[in-house]
Design a binder for this molecule. Structure first.
Ligand SMILES: Cc1ncc(COP(=O)(O)O)c(C=O)c1O
Length: 355
């Protein structure tokens, strides 16, 4: 990717943005004085309490620096090296993490499943998870299912769909992982209790995203009602992966401020609202087609090369056009916690001007 100049209006991803002022303030506030390192501080304790309140249950929360390590360590906590992790073929853990899940689990394999709109179904999971006898030492052991919420194509699993997958996981003895890099967008859009979308639906471990929605660099691995063995395993994996930061309080400060006063949901709501505005605006234009239902903060569309060039020409940041054929290609526009009405209007205007 070329080294572009910062663009005031950028739709390439929700991680191209800056940091929400409330997060910056929390980091500055945490800078006063000295406290114990490695998470042995009152801010980390307070942050974990907030998670327990929001999820209405006992949780263990381990802050980490990226979504990829959150996924790798979450999967490694619940999957043996000879295990098999069921996921959508387009899952970030499959296509975007340089085999991190296989590495951190010590060799577990991903079992890729097709599915419309970036989602797997409970029925397909059951068929895949039961194709070998569990007791046979020769086969991969069906161990874990991992779903992404919101999905890689900006769609959402409804609570009932998560529950159905959770029920199969329970029947078949699978652990249930959720890649929630955009979990806030999902909760904000569905308007459900975070608990209903996770542990009450059978989820054991959540990669709780925060970086894409206003934080500097932090995600939480959230283990729900963990057994002492799982908690201990995660402790060791986390340390061994170099994620037990000595200055942990700065990571905890981000998560604490993120959850404070409903910030995480307010920011995600803004991103979702702007994506809907964008989808509505583009939907009314000839020769632009939406590739997937717009349910969170991402808009995937096909548009003419001329329209894409007009966006770039207007100084609006995007990722490259891909899959171009006969002058029409695909692009993803992502809205963020700080996307403004005028940014979306400018984007629609630039595309409209070229059509
Ligand atoms: C669905 C999903 N999961 C995980 C990640 C990983 O995040 P990171 O780039 O911080 O490793 C991303 C980032 O794009 C993502 O979109």
């Amino acid at each position: 990717m070329s080294k572009e100049k910062p663009s005031p209006t950028h739709f390439g991803s929700d991680n191209v943005t800056g940091i929400a002022p409330a997060i910056m303030d929390a980091i500055v506030a945490a800078n006063a004085g000295g406290v114990h390192g490695y998470g042995e501080d009152s801010l980390t304790e307070a942050m974990e309490k907030r998670f327990a309140e929001i999820f209405e249950t006992e949780v263990k929360v381990m802050p980490v620096g990226t979504g990829s390590i959150a996924n790798g360590l979450s999967l490694a906590t619940v999957t043996p090296p000879w295990g098999e992790v069921f996921c959508h073929e387009g899952a970030h853990i499959n296509v975007d993490e340089a085999n991190g899940p296989e590495f951190f689990t010590g060799g577990a394999k991903l079992h890729l499943m097709p599915g419309e709109n970036g989602k797997i179904t409970a029925e397909a999971l059951r068929a895949a998870a039961t194709r070998y006898p569990r007791a046979d030492v020769h086969n991969p052991l069906a161990s874990t299912v991992s779903i992404t919420q919101a999905t890689e194509v900006g769609t959402l699993y409804a609570v009932d769909e998560v529950r159905a997958i959770g029920a199969v996981a329970k029947d078949e003895g699978l652990a249930f992982h959720m890649d929630g890099a955009r979990f806030a967008n999902a909760v904000a859009a569905l308007g459900c209790a975070p608990a209903d979308l996770t542990w009450r639906a059978g989820v054991d471990v959540l990669s709780f995203g925060a970086t894409k929605n206003g934080c500097l660099a932090v995600e939480g691995i959230v283990l729900f009602n963990p057994s002492p063995e799982r908690a201990d395993r995660l402790n060791h994996l986390h340390k061994r992966a170099g994620q037990l930061y000595s200055k942990m309080r700065f990571f905890s400060a981000q998560l604490d401020a993120y959850l404070d006063d409903g910030n995480w949901l307010a920011w995600a709501k803004n991103a979702n609202r702007q994506a809907k505005r964008l989808a509505d605006g583009l939907g009314g234009l000839n020769s632009v087609t939406l590739a997937y239902p717009v349910e969170g903060n991402e808009v995937f569309c096909r548009l003419p090369r001329a329209a894409y060039d007009a966006v770039v020409g207007a100084g609006i940041g995007t990722y490259p056009l891909y899959g171009e054929k006969d002058g029409v290609g695909s692009v993803r526009f992502v809205c963020a916690f700080n996307t403004e009405d005028a940014h979306v209007d400018d984007l629609i205007g630039a595309i409209a001007s070229a059509i």
